[in-house]
Design a protein around this ligand. Sequence first.
Ligand code: ADP
Length: 589
Amino acid sequence: MRFQHKITCVFAAIVGAILFAAYIYLNASLSERVYQETRDMLVNDINAARLYIEKELSTESSPDKIKNVVDKISQAIKNRVTIVSMEGEPLADSEIPESDIGNIENHLERPEVRQAISAGCGMSRRFSTTLKKDMLYAAITFKTPVYNGVIRVSESLSKIQEISAHLRATLIAIFIAAFALIAVGAFFVSLFFTRPLTGIVNDIKEITNENFSGKVIVPPVKEFEDLAGAFNRLLSKLVSLLKDETSSRSRMEAILQSMTDGVMVVDGKGAILFINATFKYLFAVKGDVEGKRPLEVIRNVDVQDTVDLVLKNELSVSMKEINLIMPQKKVLAINAAPVVRDVAVDGAVLVFHDMTELKKLESVRKEFVANVSHELRTPLSSIKGYAETLMDGALKDEKNAGDFVRIIYDDAVRLERLVNDILDLSKLESDRWDLNKRILSLSGVINKTAGHFRAAAAEKDIKITVNIPASIPEVMADEVMLSQIIFNLVDNAVKYTDHSGSVVISAVGNKDHVRVSVSDNGIGIPQEDLPRIFERFYRVDKTRSRELGGTGLGLAIVKHAVQVHGGDVSVESTPGKGSTFSFTLPIYS
Ligand code: ADP
């Protein structure tokens, strides 16, 4: 119920109660007053009637005479008059014809008659069964020389009822008028008081709709002024709290979004509340996912199981590995923890760490260790075997002993080369190589390095040509490393080229870099081996490589050394026709 209506109702109830009380009081007092007056009048009338009867009936008391006297008195006082004998017998009644008087019952039982007979006078108020009205009766005895009896006069009390009814009607009219007046008055009074309140409520509604911006207009009424002031203070506190909350929430979201790990937050029922950009990338999630179950969004049973486990058992999960096939092959480690609020689990946070690279590195490392052990074991077993043979007596066999020692020496040289290559490679990979970059003339370094191969090339009748234009710019490089790159490439070109072949070392430059190429017309490399040719220990023909003193690490060293300089390597090859290995180096400018 509105405040305004309540005020009106309260006013109406108060006025109603006052008017009702006034009605009860006025009704009672007025009725009493009317009754008193009626009674006094009746007493006067009956006394006068008595005197008149005592005079009129002093000589004669025939029924006609009595009736005549009764009618006269009745006309004079305009009330009913009855004369009863001392035995209670009705003798005459102004309201009843003389012929019927005999049918009227004895009046001895009437209280006023009885009182009059015993005490001289009597009065009673009761309902007349004869007249069907509320009546007031007065009776008094009279004495004449010829006759004694009781005279009774009655007066109808309907006047009192009339007064009461009139009073009631008047009060009802007053009540209606007062109520209408009060309703209108209360309406305006309450409007006066509630208007500022309504204004405050409307302002609050507007403020709520517009995201708490604005203020309540302070009305010029003390109490409402306080209310509006208190609300404005509450509002500014709320706004500052909201600001804090929003900024800490957006800070938190920015942190989560920028994490390189995938993050998913679910509520207590397992519905997604938040996922970050990395999670979207890892699982190729598109569109709005809020409120959905993880299984609906990423179709991964392992992830759903982890969510269920954490929510159901309230346990953390750490480093649970899962293998993704779709959208890309990946190994992920899940760390998940329940979110506990008020001692109950209210959700879970899952963090997805991409382990793919780590796993790859781990398997590369394992493979490398296995390869290294294998490569070391072969020359070592050979050395051990020949040394044992020599110890077992072959030392005395001069013819073979020399060959055995040569083999041991060759294997030791191979071992040394292998160990050196492994050390170089590991230095390059772990950035432990002290890079000493300086301005270098490319043709100087190439010519010097190619010179090492003159003898080996001549042995196979291979022609090495260095084709570097004079205009080629100088490069910024580590001389030892650059020599090593060229050495490994020319070494391979000579090794994998048959008799009478040719090796050409050339270079071209542009404004950014130079491209150095080592081409041969040797055995070439099958197409399917090309993508893996720069991997450690990858060899097209293992036996041939070993026979030629290869370690399988030459190209891997080339690749890393070039990359350390900011360049890249490439290869083109046709089996039976030859190969071209190229690398780039940034120029000095
Ligand atoms: P290796 O010590 O075995 O030569 P590399 O890493 O230098 O090891 O080369 C890897 C493999 O690439 C070689 O075993 C060989 O099969 C192939 N290869 C490298 N250079 C050439 C080339 N110029 N012609 C043909 N095959 C080559």
